[in-house]
Design a protein around this ligand. Structure first.
Ligand SMILES: Cc1cc2nc3c(=O)[nH]c(=O)nc-3n(C[C@H](O)[C@H](O)[C@H](O)COP(=O)(O)OP(=O)(O)OC[C@H]3O[C@@H](n4cnc5c(N)ncnc54)[C@H](O)[C@@H]3O)c2cc1C
Length: 444
C-alpha cells in the first residue's frame, strides 16, 4: 500500500491531524490499534459493560477542540451539559463544599462559594490563597522553568497557604486533576491548567459529556475524515516505522508495509518511545523524549441500581482514594439508573491490584464520603492506563517534551505529551495534531 500521509493513533491528536490534512486534500491513512477510535477519550463495551477511558470534563476556554468538532458537524451544546459548581466531600465535614467555577455564567454561585463553605474553610484560609495564586501566575508567565522544579505543595507552603486550604481545596483540586498527591507534581502543571482561563475567564465553566466520548465526539471526527477521502483503519496496530537512509518512509503493519511521504506518530508517550527507540536511540534530538518518564492513571466505573448522588457533578474526595468522581446516570451513561465514574489516587497503588480489592477500597472510602454504594452495585470495571501520561513530577520534565516537527525527514509527532500550551488535556492533544498537520502542509 502507498499513501501520502500515515497517522499512527486515532486519539484526539491523530484525529485532528487527519481532519486538517484530509480537508486540505491530502491522502491520509489513519491506523488505530484498538477496535474503536478515541484513545484516552474513548468509550467502549468492556465485556458487556459500557465504559470510558475515565471521566472527562470539557473546560470552557478550549478553542481548538470546539472548532474541530464544528468541522465534523458536532455542535458543542448538543454533547455537553454545563456545570457551574464543583463539589468537595471529605470524611471530616458533615456537608460538602460547593464552589462556583463559572465567573460569568454563574457569578452568584461563584460568590456564594467564596463567602460560604465556612465549615470547610475559614475566611483566613481562603485569603491565604491569594498570594499563592498571584505569585504562581506571575512565575508561570515570567519564570516557568522555576515552577517545574517545585511541587504545588512546596509552592503553597512557600506563599503561606494555610493547611486547611491545602487539604480541602488545593489538594483535592490538584489530585483530582492530575491523579497524584499534591507533593508529587509540579506547580507548572497546576498553573498551566488555569493560565488559559485568565484571558478567557468569561468562557470558564466545565462540561460533562452527554454520551460516551467515542460516540459523541471522536467517531464523528473519524467520519468527517472519511468524507474528505481519508481512511481510518481500527484494529490495525502499527508494528514499526520504516526507516531508510535516515528518513521515515512508511510503517510496518502485521502483514504488510505501507509507504508514505509523511508519518505522524500520534500515540501516547510510551508507545511513541517504543516505536522510536529502535531507530533513534542514539540521535541527540530524541534523547530527552526517550528519557521522558511516563505515569499511570487508574479509574473504576460502577453501574448501580440507583444514583449514588442527587446531581451529576464533578466531585473531589480528599483524604480518600476517590481523587475525583461523578455520578453520570443523567449525563454520560443514561442507560443505567446509577453510574459512578471515579479516578483513583495514588494510581500506582491500584495499578496491579485485583479488581475486587480495588472495589473494596472504593466501597470503604465512598462510605466515608456519605455514599453507601455496596448494596446497589450491579457491575463494575477497573480501567487502567499504565504509562499513558508524561510525568508531572517536579523535576523539570517539561523541557524534555518535544515539538511536533522533528529533524527526521518524513516524521512528525503529535500527542498531548508534545509541546503545546495545554499540557495533557483534550485541547492539548488537538492543538498538537493541528500543529503536526500544519508542519506537513507548509512543507510541501
Ligand atoms: C482518566 C483520564 C481523565 C482525563 N480527564 C481529562 C479531562 O477532564 N479533561 C481533559 O481535557 N483531558 C482529560 N484527560 C486527558 C486527555 O484524555 C488526553 O490528554 C488526550 O485524550 C490525549 O490524546 P492523544 O491523542 O494525545 O493520545 P491518546 O488518546 O492516548 O491516543 C493515542 C492513540 O494511539 C493508539 N496507538 C498506540 N500505539 C499504537 C500503534 N502502535 N498503532 C496504532 N495505534 C496506536 C492508541 O490506541 C490511542 O488510541 C484525561 C485522561 C484520562 C486517562
Amino acid at each position: 500500500m502507498k499513501t501520502d500521509v500515515v497517522i499512527i493513533g486515532a486519539g484526539l491528536a491523530g484525529l485532528s491531524c487527519g481532519l486538517e490534512l484530509a480537508e486540505n486534500g491530502r491522502d491520509v491513512f489513519l491506523f488505530e490499534a484498538r477496535d474503536w477510535v478515541g484513545g484516552r477519550t474513548a468509550s467502549w463495551d468492556e465485556n458487556g459493560m459500557l465504559v470510558e477511558s475515565g471521566f472527562h470534563r470539557y473546560i470552557g476556554y478550549y478553542q481548538a477542540l470546539p472548532k474541530v468538532l464544528e468541522r465534523a458537524g458536532v455542535r458543542l451544546d448538543d454533547i455537553i451539559r454545563w456545570e457551574e459548581r464543583i463539589e468537595i466531600r471529605t470524611p471530616q465535614h458533615n456537608s460538602p463544599g460547593l464552589f462556583g467555577v463559572a465567573p460569568v455564567h454563574g457569578p452568584l454561585k461563584m460568590i456564594a462559594g467564596i463567602i460560604g463553605n465556612n465549615e470547610m474553610l475559614s475566611p483566613l484560609d481562603k485569603a491565604s490563597l491569594i498570594p499563592f495564586f498571584v505569585a504562581g501566575f506571575k512565575d508561570f508567565f515570567l519564570n516557568p522553568d522555576k515552577l517545574d522544579y517545585i511541587s504545588v505543595y512546596d509552592y503553597a507552603r512557600k506563599y503561606g497557604v494555610r493547611q486547611a486550604a491545602i487539604d480541602y481545596l488545593l489538594g483535592p483540586f490538584s489530585t483530582g486533576l492530575f491523579f497524584k498527591p499534591i507533593q508529587e507534581y509540579s506547580a507548572l502543571a497546576f498553573f498551566g491548567l488555569f493560565a488559559p482561563g485568565l484571558t478567557r475567564f468569561y468562557k470558564m465553566r466545565i462540561g460533562a459529556f452527554l454520551g460516551g466520548m467515542t460516540e459523541v465526539m471522536c467517531a464523528p471526527i473519524a467520519r468527517a475524515i472519511e468524507r474528505h477521502g481519508g481512511k481510518v483503519y481500527t484494529g490495525t496496530p502499527v508494528q514499526g516505522l520504516l526507516v531508510e537512509e535516515g528518513q521515515v518512509v512508511g510503517v510496518a503493519l502485521e502483514d504488510e508495509e505501507v509507504r508514505a511521504n509523511q508519518v505522524v506518530l500520534a500515540t501516547s508517550l510510551d508507545k511513541a518511545q517504543q516505536l522510536l527507540q529502535p531507530h533513534f536511540s542514539q540521535h541527540p534530538w530524541f534523547k530527552p523524549l526517550l528519557n521522558l518518564p511516563a505515569m499511570p492513571a487508574v479509574t473504576i466505573q460502577i453501574d448501580l441500581d440507583r444514583p449514588a448522588l442527587p446531581t451529576d457533578r464533578t466531585t473531589f474526595g480528599p483524604g480518600t482514594c476517590l481523587a475525583s468522581f461523578a455520578e453520570q446516570s443523567r449525563t454520560t451513561f443514561k442507560h443505567v439508573p446509577g453510574r459512578l465514574s471515579i479516578i483513583l489516587t495514588p494510581p500506582e497503588k491500584f495499578l496491579n491490584m485485583p479488581a475486587e480489592e480495588v472495589l473494596s477500597s472504593v466501597i470503604r472510602d465512598a462510605k466515608q464520603l456519605g455514599m453507601d454504594i455496596k448494596p446497589h452495585i450491579r457491575d463494575f470495571r477497573v480501567i487502567s492506563h499504565h504509562a499513558d501520561f508524561y510525568s508531572f513530577a517536579p523535576k523539570g520534565y517539561h523541557k524534555q517534551r518535544p515539538g511536533q516537527q522533528t529533524p527526521i525527514r518524513g516524521l512528525k509527532l503529535a500527542g498531548d505529551y508534545t509541546k503545546q500550551p495545554y499540557f495533557a488535556t483534550m485541547e492539548g492533544a488537538v492543538v498538537s495534531g493541528l500543529d503536526a498537520a500544519k508542519a506537513i502542509l507548509t512543507e510541501a
